[in-house]
Design a protein around this ligand. Structure first.
Ligand SMILES: NC(=O)c1ccc[n+]([C@@H]2O[C@H](COP(=O)([O-])OP(=O)(O)OC[C@H]3O[C@@H](n4cnc5c(N)ncnc54)[C@H](O)[C@@H]3O)[C@@H](O)[C@H]2O)c1
Ligand SMILES: O=c1ccn([C@@H]2O[C@H](COP(=O)(O)OP(=O)(O)O[C@H]3O[C@H](CO)[C@@H](O)[C@H](O)[C@H]3O)[C@@H](O)[C@H]2O)c(=O)[nH]1
Length: 516
């Protein structure tokens, strides 16, 4: 079979047939297999292997072989993966050094806001397929796959900090040394610099006698789930990446993921690691590009929503991640773009587009502060309500949230401005992160009452339901800067609320009478 060929085969066994498409060469690890799961057939009937240039159907080994797995890290990625794999029939232990988090999970309470994760966790705990532990030492000796999902935040230089990762690796080395398990695969789901899975394997193997070093193998299985839809993304991945240097490891990980739809792409560990950073960087570039076009729209009186509609209708561009607004935040895009830039610089291949995307992103809050300055007579004496704090809707995560950058910018530029904020999910997470001068409110109404203006920061659907009459009744001056283009600006403007969108033609559409 030649690289690049596509073959469609119907595989029938005593389980229902499924449609498979195979791309690639005769080497299993450099092939990509697209498996289209028919929704009513949850399990794959068998596996496909390449031997001597021939494609062979190998029994039923791709059928979910239920394994004992462990996940290190009970953040969104670790917990959603542990609960997701348990739902597929595997037995999972999820361990974390954060004792409070584990105590909460053992009581069946997921200590952060992630739709569907609570139910998924409880269901699998009740079925005996999922439990928790306070460290890697609690992982049972007969565990076949250990997934690393510990945090890798930015360090002060912008590189990914691997402090927690290597500390976990040390514990894992102790565990592997003592547990005498015959073969264990350590799959890295944390986002890490290129080469980390190679170094991890070296580190773990060094702790074993040379004759036993093959007992442990590492792989890179980068994760692409999004906060706010982590559970959905686990069960409906766009693709699954298995970066491995060993056919047995690739096969074991394929088995682990059996039952999930989406294309499986086999590659080497370094390519898998780079793909993750490059994917997030590409999304960041797309967002920053959109934001720059939106500024141009504002300058020349064009409507960015219409422009984005045109761009997105071209399948080569696609409609996703063209949303202009306050820019990208969260625990991933900002840190992963910085990390890629740093790593690429050191590798002699600067990523200037990604650097520019980061630069454009920093300017977003300045832009909105500038718009406020243009519209308000005395911004320093105004009261401004912020609708939303979380870095996006559907999560309570405040990591690198644009809201924080915005509040800092407003306080720096307009000393004396009174700021109030409301977020449906992140009130608790915001405490300690939001500057002390900002009043955290318990409802949108409380934040808006008597305000001279409001900025829509996070696209929570409940903000889209606030009626023009409410804005008018609650606010001293009903002016809204819509930092996410969530609101129906035309409708609000027609009903006496001045709604200034992002990349929208302000002057053409405003029908706000200051005296009404
Ligand atoms: N958040 C996302 O949506 C997302 C998506 C894809 C990839 N990622 C990547 O996945 C990784 C995890 O992300 P997250 O948001 O779940 O992180 P997180 O910071 O929310 O959670 C990480 C957890 O690891 C725990 N931990 C630290 N050291 C440990 C150890 N030695 N043993 C066991 N647990 C330990 C921490 O206590 C923490 O609870 C990161 O590398 C991130 O970049 C995140
Ligand atoms: O059109 C858009 C889309 C998103 N955003 C912003 O971009 C940020 C990131 O959004 P999103 O990508 O939905 O959130 P994350 O949960 O951080 O997910 C990203 O980061 C994860 C961690 O690496 C990856 O797994 C996901 O694939 C990747 O989408 C948020 O501030 C959004 O408001 C925009 O400004 N415009």
């Amino acid at each position: 079979m030649q690289p690049g060929y596509t073959i469609r085969i119907h595989i029938s066994s005593n389980t229902p047939s499924r449609l498979w498409m195979i791309h690639g060469s005769s080497l299993l690890r450099s092939c990509s297999i697209i498996c289209r799961r028919l929704p009513h057939y949850p399990q794959a009937p068998g596996s496909l292997v390449f031997r001597k240039g021939l494609l062979q159907y190998k029994g039923r080994t791709r059928e979910a072989r239920h394994m004992k797995i462990a996940v290190a890290g009970a953040g969104v990625v670790g917990l959603a993966s542990a609960a997701g794999f348990a739902e597929l029939g595997h037995t999972a232990i999820c361990v974390d050094i954060d004792k409070e988090k584990i105590a909460s999970l053992q009581r069946g309470v997921v200590p952060y806001y992630e739709p569907g994760l609570q139910e998924l966790t409880l269901r699998n705990m009740a079925a005996g397929r999922m439990r928790f532990g306070t460290g890697i030492h609690e992982i049972p000796a007969d565990t076949e796959v250990v997934i690393m999902a510990v945090g890798t935040p930015s360090d002060p230089d912008g590189d990914l900090s691997l402090t927690a990762f290597w500390a976990a690796a040390d514990e894992l080395a102790d565990w592997i040394e003592k547990c005498a398990c015959p073969a264990v695969v350590v799959a890295v789901k944390s986002t890490v610099p290129v080469g980390t899975a190679d170094s991890l394997e070296e580190k773990l193997r060094m702790r074993l006698p040379p004759s036993e070093s093959g007992r442990v193998d590492t792989a890179s299985v980068p994760e692409f789930m999004r906060e706010g839809s982590a559970v959905k993304d686990f069960f409906e991945p766009a693709r699954l990446i298995i970066g491995s240097a060993s056919a047995q490891t690739a096969e074991r990980l394929t088995s682990l993921h059996a039952g999930l739809p989406g294309r499986v792409i086999f590659t080497d560990r370094r390519s898998a690691e780079l793909s993750k950073l490059a994917a997030n960087a590409f999304l960041a570039v797309k967002i920053s590009f959109s934001n720059e076009v939106a500024v141009l729209c504002e300058q020349i009186g064009a409507d960015y929503n219409d422009v984005a509609g045109v761009l997105g209708s071209d399948p080569r561009i696609g409609p996703h991640f063209l949303g202009a607004g306050l820019g990208f935040g969260g625990s991933c895009l900002p840190k992963d773009t910085r990390a890629l830039v740093r790593f690429a610089e050191r590798s002699g291949a600067p990523q200037t587009l990604v650097e520019a995307a980061i630069h454009v992103n920093r300017q977003r809050t300045e832009r909105i502060a500038h718009k406020l300055e243009e519209a308000l007579d005395n911004p320093g004496a105004s009261t401004i309500a912020l609708l939303g704090l979380a870095f996006k809707a559907g999560t309570d995560d405040m990591r690198e949230a644009p809201s924080v950058r915005l509040m800092e910018e407003l306080m720096r530029r307009f000393p004396g401005m009174e700021l109030r904020a409301y977020d449906p999910a992140s009130t608790e997470a915001a405490r300690g992160i939001v500057p002390g001068q900002v009043r955290i409110c318990r409802s949108a109404e409380e934040a808006l009452r008597g305000a001279d203006g409001a900025i829509l920061v996070t696209e929570w659907p409940e903000f889209g339901k606030i009626r023009a009459i409410d804005f008018r009744n609650w606010m001293k001056r009903p002016i809204i800067w819509d930092g996410r283009n969530l609101l129906d600006a035309d409708e609000l403007n027609a009903h006496g609320v001045r709604c200034i969108g992002t990349g929208r033609p302000i002057l053409r559409r405003i029908a706000f009478d200051e005296n009404s």
